[in-house]
Design a binder for this molecule. Structure first.
Ligand code: BEZ
Length: 273
């Protein structure tokens, strides 16, 4: 069975025959997981979905997929083009924490755009529900609209299953598991750069997501790392892989070494290059 790492341009194309309306899909998933795929229906399930039943790891090629969105059907890679991307899921429409999160993401849309990063939301609700919900999101933020980014409708839970985003604790009114608050940052090389996974009852901090984007984009092109609570413009760390003899060449603004009890010279700071 392949992993994401060995599937360089993996396409998610999953249909979920077990998850017909009215069937208990979460039972199929959790029962299969508990039994390690024993039994013929579980074996079939694992054969089909096994390689996708986990979140992609940092460095994995993020799989391509087609999806219905509030801006029409998309091919994810085509939609991304050569930009950075953020795909983030939320449990459901017309819920308070989700409304606040999408509102904040909408407010920060110009900041994401400045950084050439496209954002896209996702839940298992229909596009019709998304469209009906958008005025609430905009009203919460005071924005006039239109909604500055698309929202995927993953009604069949293909992406939710494929990317390991289902939260078994939270089910909708049909008993189907909802998506948790997953968030993936994807680079222009289509590799996963960062991910987080929050539960339904705890909203994310989108200012922190912007801060991480700044760090990812900087460390992608410069030989630096960014310390705790770093913000754009502040001093950085010289990457540990840089030999001392290259410091002057790479960091003409200077390098400061912090004296530490160990006597080692690994703690090197430099103004943001
Ligand atoms: C919310 O967004 O407030 C929420 C979503 C799903 C379950 C519980 C709360």
């Amino acid at each position: 069975m392949g992993s994401f790492a060995s599937r360089s341009c993996a396409e998610i194309n999953i249909s979920i025959p077990e998850a017909k309306e009215g069937e208990n899909f979460s039972r199929v998933v959790s029962h299969s997981a508990q039994n390690g795929g024993k039994g013929s229906s579980q074996r079939k399930f694992f054969k089909q979905y096994g390689p996708f039943l986990r979140m992609p790891n940092i460095g994995d090629i993020f799989p391509n997929f087609r999806a219905k969105t509030t801006e029409g059907e998309i091919d994810f890679y085509d939609w991304l083009g050569n930009s950075w991307g953020i795909l983030f899921s939320h449990p459901g429409d017309f819920t308070p924490v989700c409304t606040s999160e999408l509102g904040k993401a909408a407010q920060l849309a110009p900041e994401f755009q400045k950084r050439d990063i496209k954002i896209i939301g996702l839940s298992c609700s229909s596009t019709r529900e998304h469209e009906a919900w958008i005025p609430d999101i905009l009203a919460y933020t005071g924005l006039k609209g239109p909604m500055p980014f698309p929202i995927i409708s993953d009604e069949k839970r293909e992406l939710a299953v494929g990317l390991g985003m289902l939260d078994p604790e939270f089910k909708d009114d049909k008993g189907m598991p909802m998506t948790c608050r997953a968030l993936f940052i994807i680079g222009p090389d289509k590799k996963l750069k960062m991910s987080i996974l929050y539960p339904a009852l705890s909203g994310r901090n989108f200012s922190e997501i912007l801060r991480v984007v700044d760090s990812l984009q900087l460390t992608d092109v410069k030989k630096v790392s960014t310390p705790v609570d770093w913000k754009y413009g502040e001093d950085c760390m010289v990457d540990v892989s840089v030999p001392r003899v290259y410091e002057d060449h790479l960091f003409p603004k200077g390098v400061t070494i912090k004296a530490l009890p160990s006597g080692k010279d690994y703690f090197r700071t430099t103004p943001m290059p």
